[in-house]
Design a protein around this ligand. Structure first.
Ligand code: NAD
Length: 332
């Protein structure tokens, strides 16, 4: 297969540590790199073998090239919006890290432009793609699970980002936004949303988000900036009628059904159709799983950029997540 020729904008931590390593496992050629920082540009070029004449400091020059099939970027909310619109105008399929824009209105612009120009946009909502989350979502969406009646989850972080300047915008935009995509992905359309907050002290915010879903189901999501990043940060559970799926720390799935008590059963055993199923990855083998989901997400982006149909987190999903975020926190 001919490699997809990618132009990449933003050579920061996330691009270097998460996105580019997974992107390069696919049939892709990094045709050109762009960053305003010389140091980051050259370090990234060294890692991925991009020649000096393909290193650019101005993203407009990168978009103007005629040897690029698709664009990827991880720069930040305002530039995601601005560069995203320019890539769409240029007709280049574009992978945009989250958040797609600094606010819901701007995210909606991107969605409308992508639809009007029929240029695919894929957003970095990789939580949908993590192996454990995919297993759990498929269980929840299977007919035999019945109606998902409730969601309960927590997605924490630490106050590190906020110690100097107590402004929670970064927490909302860079952290919380993920779950405003994941929760509707699991539970369906949200009919109303509200939140309560408690600030333990400046920089340490606790947010409880209350969801009602069009199906009648209900949900609570706890997010906050008062936990150590050295501890597991995520846990979620969806309950149906005598069914319950949980994902712990993005890698352990438990599926509870309706087993009978075993206490008086001398033949007690584990039965396929009723006892609890547990899935955990084997961390000993080479990395053939996709715990965080970046590899599969980027694979879907490449397929979409080549014209294949995939169910991806697109620009409209980004706008929806941003609208829900704004409703939950009362505006950005
Ligand atoms: N999916 C996730 O879980 C996850 C995790 C971390 C970060 N991110 C997202 O990735 C994005 C980047 O985060 P990061 O931690 O890598 O930040 P970063 O600051 O390390 O990287 C951003 C890079 O963009 C470059 N840049 C800034 N302005 C530019 C311009 N005009 N043209 C070209 N390059 C420019 C910077 O020099 C820097 O190298 C953010 O939107 C963040 O939310 C996502």
């Amino acid at each position: 297969m001919t490699p997809l020729r990618m132009g990449w904008i933003g050579c920061g931590t996330h691009a270097n540590e998460m996105l580019l390593p997974q992107l390069m496992r696919h049939p892709v050629r990094l045709q050109a790199l762009c960053d305003v920082s010389d140091e980051r540009l050259h370090e990234t070029a060294r890692r991925y073998g991009v020649a000096d004449n393909n290193l650019l400091k101005d993203w407009k020059s990168l978009l103007a090239r005629d040897d690029i099939d698709a664009i990827g970027m991880a720069v930040g909310p305002a530039l995601h919006h601005e560069i995203g619109l320019a890539a769409i105008a240029r007709g280049l399929p574009v992978f945009i890290e989250k958040p797609p824009a600094p606010n819901a209105r701007a995210a909606q612009d991107l969605a409308e432009a992508s639809k009007a120009r029929k240029v695919p946009v894929v957003l970095g909502f990789m939580k949908r793609y993590s192996t454990a989350n995919r297993i759990a979502a498929n269980l929840v969406h299977a007919e035999k699970f019945g109606m998902p009646a409730s969601f309960l989850g927590q997605y924490m972080t630490a106050p590190t980002y906020f110690e100097k300047d107590v402004d929670y915008t970064g927490f909302f935009l860079h952290h919380c936004v993920h779950y405003f995509d994941l929760v509707p992905h699991l539970m369906g359309e949200v009919s109303s949303i509200s939140s309560r907050r408690f600030q333990i002290e400046p920089g340490k915010l606790l947010l409880h988000v209350d969801f009602a879903f069009r199906s009648g189901a209900i949900g609570t999501l706890v997010m906050g900036t008062h936990q150590s990043r050295g501890t597991p940060m995520e846990w979620w559970q969806v309950m149906g009628d005598h069914h319950r799926v949980e994902v712990r720390n993005l890698h352990e799935v438990r599926y509870f059904r309706a087993p009978p008590f075993k206490v008086n059963d001398l033949q007690a055993t584990l039965r396929d159709h009723e006892d609890t199923l547990v899935w955990e990855p084997n961390f000993t083998v080479a990395a053939n799983e996709d715990h965080k989901g970046y590899h599969t997400l980027l694979g879907d982006f490449i397929a979409v950029a080549r014209g294949e149909a995939r169910h991806v987190p697109d620009a409209q999903a980004g706008a929806q997540a941003m609208h829900l975020l704004e409703q939950a926190i009362g505006g950005l």
